[in-house]
Design a binder for this molecule. Sequence first.
Ligand code: FAD
Ligand code: PHB
Length: 399
Amino acid sequence: MIQTRQSPARSQVAIIGAGPAGLTLAHILHHHGIDSVVIERRDRAYVERRLRAGVLEQGTVDLFRALGVSARLDREGLVHHGINLQFSGERHRIALSDLTGGRAITIYGQHEVVKDLIAARLANDGPIWFDADDVSLHDLTSDKPRVHFRRDGRAHELHCDFVAGCDGSHGVSRSAVPTAERRTFERTYPFSWLGILAAVPPSLGEVIYAHHERGFALHSMRGPQVTRLYVQCGPDDGLDSWPDERVWLELKTRLSTTDGWTVQEGAVIEKSITALRSFVMEPMQYGQLFLAGDAAHVVPPTGAKGMNLAVADARVLGDALAQWYRAGDRSLLAEYSSTCLRRVWRAEHFSWFMTSMLHRFPDGDAFQQKLQLSQLRYVCTSTAAATSLAENYVGLEHV
Ligand code: FAD
Ligand code: PHB
């Protein structure tokens, strides 16, 4: 067995991936006195810079508070009590908190969450091994699984009781489950999102989801001086076809309202394109391997659910492992997949619903557009429909 001085050859739980799922799980396990090693393919700077989600559900924030990792989130996170839906040039506010007994969302970048979780993990002397190449999982159906990887040019082997596959949608954990043992459910959408980060104060204090005949647009933010914006673009578009002037023109066209309001321009700090996809793998466990987050399921970002689902899986898995180590009781572990999948499928439906209601479909005819506008008007005028959207958006406590 080969190891570096700081690399113990054994840990109770091997966690593959230092994203929101893996890092949250590491903290929950630490809280229960269970040791784990996080094995990450990228370097620390890379994972701390990767811009992605921005909306934290109430339950996600509550969990970070309970784990004692919310100091900066509590200081810098923007608590929002509503979101806005825009169509036909008019804005309609969905009063999230009024409709859900006071629950709210917090705007705080995923990379800030990751930074906070990494800093707290290292402060607890919890190991994270960055720059790990060629990770592979072995003996998953035995009670002595092993993880192999390369680091600093050397081969390493980690023995463990359990493996948590938290390595996102392009990781190795999902494919460690034999095809005969899994079923996948998938939908790709005929469009992508072009996202920018702009050095300009948000043009409105809340998130705006806009339906427009030219396509969907979204106004969000990362702080008092930084705006996050997205426009629907073609599925094969590259960044070359989206110079800044074109991005601003589309944002202004799609987000302006008939009363003269429009978005303020600023320097573009970052620009990237994300494909939209729905994907679920069932079950989320195989032997001693448990998948969490994007490794097991992907949602289009329109419902702002992906990171929240990753954190929710980590919580279910952390509690199940704690019950096993505390009482030798495997019942929560046995139910892990079915417990998670209830929430996952609710989020899959909500994300598909938001995506279908708000985007322009290339093959969409006038009939489909009329249906979208009717649904938007219904959501904005019926308390029952608005409540349904609001409770899904802030996150359901019991699914
Ligand atoms: P990841 O964040 O993908 O983390 C996986 C980690 O595993 C990574 O660090 C990766 O480097 C590592 N890894 C991969 N392969 C290996 C390997 N072979 N070995 C070791 N390590 C490996 N979600 C929300 O909740 N709200 C939002 O507002 C929202 N907006 C979004 C906007 C955009 C534009 C995008 C792209 C996504 C958005 N999401 C949102 C989704 C959210 O970002 C993901 O669902 C979330 O990152 C999932 O976390 P995770 O920990 O499961 O996976
Ligand atoms: C974001 O702020 O990045 C964001 C907000 C809402 C979404 C997706 C992303 O639905």
